[in-house]
Design a protein around this ligand. Structure first.
Ligand SMILES: *[C@@H]1O[C@H](CO)[C@@H](O)[C@H](O)[C@H]1NC(C)=O
Ligand SMILES: *[C@@H]1O[C@H](CO)[C@@H](O)[C@H](O)[C@H]1NC(C)=O
Ligand SMILES: *[C@@H]1O[C@H](CO)[C@@H](O)[C@H](O)[C@H]1NC(C)=O
Ligand SMILES: *[C@@H]1O[C@H](CO)[C@@H](O)[C@H](O)[C@H]1NC(C)=O
Ligand SMILES: *[C@@H]1O[C@H](CO)[C@@H](O)[C@H](O)[C@H]1NC(C)=O
Ligand SMILES: *[C@@H]1O[C@H](CO)[C@@H](O)[C@H](O)[C@H]1NC(C)=O
Ligand SMILES: *[C@@H]1O[C@H](CO)[C@@H](O)[C@H](O)[C@H]1NC(C)=O
Ligand SMILES: *[C@@H]1O[C@H](CO)[C@@H](O)[C@H](O)[C@H]1NC(C)=O
Ligand SMILES: *[C@@H]1O[C@H](CO)[C@@H](O)[C@H](O)[C@H]1NC(C)=O
Length: 519
């Protein structure tokens, strides 16, 4: 830090004391480290009302802290996104490309490589008591992925779901031991099991050391099984009909030109039902958040704990006539909820600077006082954005979104007539993904410019460009109207972002200083 040497020691100590007094950071534990709790839901959107049913979460975290209105995943698919959360890296650096083993989801290469250097390892070295419960990675615990005996390094207590999200009839790896569950609500409903074990962990913690909890409920992922008391909630709720709902997308890439438009009534009824049931499952997550915050309060740890609430990716229900899924480059799939409360975070603030899922790991390490260069993340700590009295920082001008499309080598059984290369098809042969739905985008959001530039790896080398300041729902692809010089500039920026690594990515993100007053 240039210049620090010139400040007399006494003044520095005074300044530090003042900083601590106003930030509210408690200095009782060895090292004075704050606790961290992070809740990551599965497929919860920000744009289509995904937070609406979560009244207690909004009040207990959002009203007591910061709500990030521009939070994004760098890849809208569960396994790659979760790996970005764990490593702080873009998929082109952690190399987990899709939800299957062959795409590195829980593969031997992941287990022996990026996973062994993910953030929990550093927290553990800082003597954090670490706890995980819920869905980890889609292939986790399967025999081909190392089995339930594989407990990733850095976790003291491990209660991870084998395979993809479910609510009943699942298997957990409980500290490496297989534990089977049936479908008795009281004993088995996964969201409640996660809550109950987290509370027990907190009761039994050592007060001398800080703790880190990561809770990953299955909600609101398929199969959308609500708790019995919530099965009839939101009876009259329907998926929102505004924006791009059931709009044609003839100026978009190949996959988006396939959906049946207008959607048949059966599809609309199906997606309305999914939308309602997603909200029902979130009510149990809202209860989990309440129980957790009350417990932290009871243990007198609440004012020394950062609580993060977010999701792995967004979701769509009927946008551009796509029935239900994620995996698209549009706002509904890449935007995620993000609420944070904790020491130094002012109450009831709305923050506009863009933050990414790759920023979470560096933020946790920043809170834990770990030199973030140890992680070699592509993302940056956003502690300076939410706790400006603790840190100064910068705001990124743009970022990368990348997705490697999933397909099937044979035909999708739901719609065999379409042939190979597609996946997640519905009975009326609308497919949600394909091998050639492989894209990379620059999303610019620097306070003046709000745009997106995307290139596809398909036979048309398709390009999509959106001016989100005038077209927030991305209804018009303006690629043919934009000055070719701008396209060339965006193409060069995309190449830089797609090939960046660690410090190189961080350097691309630090070109603009935060203007705190404007936030
Ligand atoms: C946190 O709460 C505890 C218990 O209520 C209190 O003793 C302590 O002073 C508080 N610390 C801060 C930094 O507000
Ligand atoms: C935050 O704002 C809401 C509504 O504006 C209010 O009800 C709540 O009391 C506020 N919370 C805090 C901690 O200031
Ligand atoms: C999986 O990861 C390994 C090593 O980390 C890498 O060599 C391989 O190319 C990755 N596979 C894919 C499909 O990216
Ligand atoms: C759980 O499995 C049992 C036995 O296979 C089955 O009868 C039951 O319907 C399943 N429950 C749920 C909620 O899927
Ligand atoms: C479900 O579990 C609870 C608590 O263990 C038990 O009291 C109840 O009898 C169980 N219900 C069924 C249907 O097995
Ligand atoms: C963090 O580590 C890097 C590389 O070891 C070093 O260059 C840098 O000075 C360290 N930063 C701090 C704040 O200690
Ligand atoms: C942030 O930077 C300003 C201007 O350089 C400085 O006065 C202030 O003390 C810094 N704040 C923190 C928390 O480092
Ligand atoms: C996942 O990625 C691997 C490696 O590129 C590929 O072989 C496999 O087909 C992909 N899986 C799906 C479902 O697309
Ligand atoms: C994308 O893949 C599908 C299925 O393999 C194929 O039919 C289609 O022509 C491809 N489109 C482009 C633009 O590459």
């Amino acid at each position: 830090m240039p210049g620090t040497g010139a400040v007399p020691l006494g003044l520095r100590v005074l300044a530090l004391a003042a900083l601590l007094a106003c930030s509210g950071v408690r200095r009782v534990r060895g090292g004075g480290l704050s606790n961290i709790v992070v809740i990551v839901t599965d497929d919860q959107d920000q744009n289509l009302g995904g937070m609406t049913p979560m009244k207690k979460t909004k009040s207990l975290i959002g009203d007591a802290g910061a709500t990030f209105v521009n939070s994004f995943t760098v890849t809208p698919l569960c396994c790659p996104s979760r790996c970005s959360i764990l490593t702080g890296r873009y998929p082109h650096n952690h190399l987990v490309r899709n939800n299957s083993l062959a795409g590195n989801c829980s593969s031997a290469a992941w287990r022996g490589g990026a996973e062994a250097a993910a953030f929990p390892v550093f927290l553990s070295k800082r003597r954090y008591q670490t706890f995980f419960a819920g869905k980890y990675l889609n292939q986790y615990g399967l025999k081909e992925a190392g089995g339930v005996g594989h407990v990733p390094p850095g976790w003291d207590q491990w209660h991870a779901l084998v395979g993809n999200s479910r609510y009943y009839n699942y298997t957990l790896s409980t500290n490496g031991v297989e534990e089977k569950h049936g479908d008795n609500y009281t004993d088995d409903y996964l969201t409640d099991v996660i809550a109950e074990r987290a509370l027990r962990f907190l009761d039994n913690r050592s007060p001398q050391r800080p703790f880190f909890l990561m809770l990953a409920p299955p909600a609101p992922h398929r199969p959308w099984t609500a708790a019995p008391q919530y099965r009839t909630s939101f009876g009259d709720v329907k998926a929102p009909r505004d924006g791009s709902f059931d709009k044609t997308a003839k100026d978009k890439h190949w996959l988006l030109r396939q959906p049946v438009n207008p959607m048949p009534d059966s599809t609309v009824a199906f997606l309305d039902d999914a939308y309602r049931r997603r909200w029902q499952t979130l009510l149990s997550v809202d209860d989990l958040v309440e129980k957790l915050v009350r417990k932290l309060e009871e243990l007198k740890e609440l004012n020394d704990t950062y609580v993060f609430f977010t999701s792995d990716n967004g979701y769509h229900t009927g946008q551009f006539s796509l029935p239900i899924d994620k995996r698209q480059l549009y706002e509904f799939d890449i935007r995620t909820p993000l609420l944070v409360r904790g020491p130094g975070v002012n109450a009831n603030v709305t923050l506009k600077a863009p933050v990414l899922n790759i920023d979470l790991a560096p933020t946790f390490l920043d809170i834990a006082g770990v030199n973030a260069s140890a992680l070699d993340a592509d993302g940056l700590s956003f502690l300076p954005l939410m706790a400006p009295s603790l840190r100064n920082g910068s705001r990124r001008p743009d970022f990368l979104v990348e997705h490697t499309g999933e397909g099937l080598s044979g035909a999708d059984p739901t719609c065999p007539k379409l042939g190979p290369g597609l996946s997640h098809c519905f009975p009326d042969c609308v497919c949600e993904d394909s091998f050639n739905n492989t894209y990379a985008c620059v999303r610019t959001l620097d306070g003046r410019v709000d745009m997106q530039y995307c290139e596809f790896a398909d036979s048309e080398s398709f390009v999509e460009v959106y001016d989100l300041s005038s077209d927030p729902h991305q209804l018009e692809n303006i690629v043919k109207k934009v000055d070719p010089a701008v396209l060339e500039k965006m193409n060069r920026r995309l190449i830089k972002l797609q090939s960046c690594q660690g410090a190189g990515c961080r350097a691309l993100s630090t070109s603009v200083r935060v203007e705190l007053s404007g936030e």
